[in-house]
Design a protein around this ligand. Structure first.
Ligand SMILES: CC(C)(COP(=O)(O)OP(=O)(O)OC[C@H]1O[C@@H](n2cnc3c(N)ncnc32)[C@H](O)[C@@H]1OP(=O)(O)O)[C@@H](O)C(=O)NCCC(=O)NCCS
Length: 378
């Protein structure tokens, strides 16, 4: 192969959901700067923007918010299935299984052509994924899940279902920013996966299940939990430099949450999350993990290896601190990423519906002209 592989330079679709200029750290969703959206938008407004190419008015916003909340309840059979899983099942495996099962209870699951029906399905899945994430978090600890409320937003409903009490305002605001920042990101690996599935003419649930599978890997969404485990392993700000010398300087390991295929300068989402991580660390009194993250990032940025390769903290680096400070189990970090990315996935699935089969070529490097040997003569 001439290039490094990984389809780095391949352009596979025209899209209007998001634009990234990785050389200057710029990200927009349909024309709106991510900084503006993180400051002002709700996750529901972003979902509307991605589906309809414009922001909603108040009535449209309220209609979408209540539709998501109304459809967020999941069938008893899915709850029973989650309860039947071994407790050590990963959050992503539980989510992947639940979303696959939800298709059997969606009367429109096999409607493969109607884009309006697909939007309604995506709205249902947005609420249902929120409920599955919160339910699994409780079930994995041996607690009863709390059903969603019809009067709450996605962020509020998750915090409510996770805690079982009145949702805390600071936690909801931080979670909303997280959801906005992770809602969409061009042709990332899981979105591409969902588009490939859709381009075969398959259904929305299959595409989303496939997207969840791609997101699970540590090179993609799995990096947020891997980053937090790394901060915990370092354990103290004093240990950062010795840890860096032992594992990173020697090339034995990678710093999780650093580096990006597209961003060769600051990931704008990381900067926003860093500010939220600092504010939460301050208000919760749990500053240690934030301090470790900052020291490790500074150590890396002062190192020639990271400077020459343009490696900067990505979205997963400081989101690990935000989610940990919000008392989320580490195993639930990547499912939370899926809870946000359902917005982008479903917008891409709808755009891809009816499109041409995605089927690249491979470069054959095996032998030719082999002679067949009967099995007993080998
Ligand atoms: C995100 C990631 C998979 C991008 O991969 P990619 O675009 O294929 O880039 P490469 O793996 O080719 O990396 C380019 C170079 O930087 C190095 N590098 C990349 N990320 C690194 C990291 N986190 N720590 C140390 N070195 C890293 C690679 O070893 C490679 O060095 P080389 O040119 O000497 O071989 C990669 O940066 C990574 O593994 N990061 C950690 C996991 C992570 O945070 N993932 C979430 C992404 S949002």
């Amino acid at each position: 192969m001439a290039d490094k592989g990984g389809l780095e330079e391949a352009v596979v679709a025209d899209i209007s959901t998001s634009y990234i200029d990785g050389s200057i750290g710029k990200l927009i969703y349909h024309g709106y700067a991510i900084e503006d959206l993180a400051e002002n938008a709700t996750f529901e407004e972003v979902l509307f923007l991605l589906f309809k190419d414009r922001l909603p008015n108040r009535a449209e916003y309220e209609a979408l918010r209540s539709a998501i909340a109304r459809d967020a309840a999941i069938p008893d059979e899915v709850i029973a299935m989650l309860k039947s899983l071994p407790r050590e099942t990963s959050g992503m495996a539980a989510l992947r299984t639940a979303v696959s099962m939800l298709s059997a209870f969606d009367s429109d699951a096999e409607n493969l052509t109607d884009k309006e029906a697909a939007k309604a399905k995506a709205i249902r899945l947005t609420g249902q994924i929120t409920t599955v994430c919160a339910a699994w978090m409780r079930i994995a600890k041996g607690e009863e899940p709390t059903p969603p409320r019809a009067d709450l937003s996605v962020a509020e409903n998750f915090v409510y279902m996770m805690s079982g009490g009145e949702p805390d305002e600071t936690a909801c605001a931080a979670l909303n920013v997280y959801l906005v920042l992770l809602a969409e990101h061009g042709m990332n690996a899981s979105t591409f996966t969902a588009r490939v599935v859709t381009a075969t003419g398959s259904d929305m649930h299959s595409a989303i299940v496939a997207g969840i599978g791609a997101l699970k890997g540590p090179s993609h969404g799995g990096a947020n939990s891997a980053a937090m485990k790394m901060f915990l392993e370092i354990g103290d700000v004093e240990n950062v430099v010795p840890w860096f010398e032992k594992y990173i300087r020697t090339g034995e390991r990678r710093i999780m949450g650093i580096g990006h295929r597209v961003y060769k300068s600051n990931d704008p989402r990381a900067g926003i999350l860093r500010r939220h991580a600092e504010a939460l660390a301050e208000s919760s009194g749990k500053r240690k993990w934030y301090d470790i993250a900052v020291k490790l990032a500074e150590t890396a940025r002062a190192d020639d290896y990271f400077v020459q390769r343009n490696l900067y903290p990505n979205v997963d680096y400081y989101s690990a601190i935000v989610l940990y400070t919000l008392d989320l189990d580490i195993d639930m970090f990547t499912p939370l990423f899926a809870m946000a990315r359902i917005a982008g996935w479903s917008a891409h699935v709808i755009a891809q519906m009816g499109g041409r089969l995605i089927r690249p070529k491979a470069n054959y490097v095996g032998p030719f002209d082999c002679n067949w040997t009967p099995i007993d003569d080998r």
